[in-house]
Design a protein around this ligand. Sequence first.
Ligand code: ADE
Length: 225
Amino acid sequence: MRIDIITVLPELLKSPFEASILKRAIDKGIVEVHTHNLRDYVTNNYKTVDDYQFGGGAGMVMMIEPIDKCISSLKAERDYDEIIYMTPDGATLNQNIANQLSLKGNLIILCGHYKGVDQRVRDIFVTKEISIGDYVLSGGELGAAVLCDSIIRLIPGVLNDETSALTDSFQDNLLAPPVYTRPSDYKGHKVPEILLNGNFPKIEKWREDQAYKRTKERRPDLLDE
Ligand code: ADE
């Protein structure tokens, strides 16, 4: 998979890819992540990517021309499966969206800033609009990092058995059950006996029951889906 991220703040998108699972996926050659500084595509003398809104009103709007230039130069090199715009009015990211995107080949992620991008960018280029939740961030970069993490860890070969995505919360519309490690007794706080007796069918049943109980208590909406 190849992900191209278009941003005015490339420095915000460095460290998420320099550690842990995302770094390993890149080092293994399973995914390539390239960031593109939108300012490199500006042709006006002021090197600005934004301008005042037509019709008046507070807040600047990102101009279409540099975005067009950047996207067009990428599309001239290869085909893209989706051009994603990070925006609070997009579809809320969930495991289903992450699963679908993990099957794609090439993605562009466009990060908005200020009041967002000129609507014509969305009409002409964007194929998917994604929000990471019902709150407003200062820009799309942190959302893009969250989206990339949720996608990349699902690509076959990225996680090993120990970190397998199959037992994650949400993967089957259930939250994950509680987990424990040594010591089995910490200052009188004991690990449930069932996990210590090696009866794997019983342990599996206990985990399923706990996952269901936790989901019912915390996220009953997931059980309706
Ligand atoms: N940009 C600003 N707020 C955002 C959000 N909630 N999700 C994705 N991109 C955003």
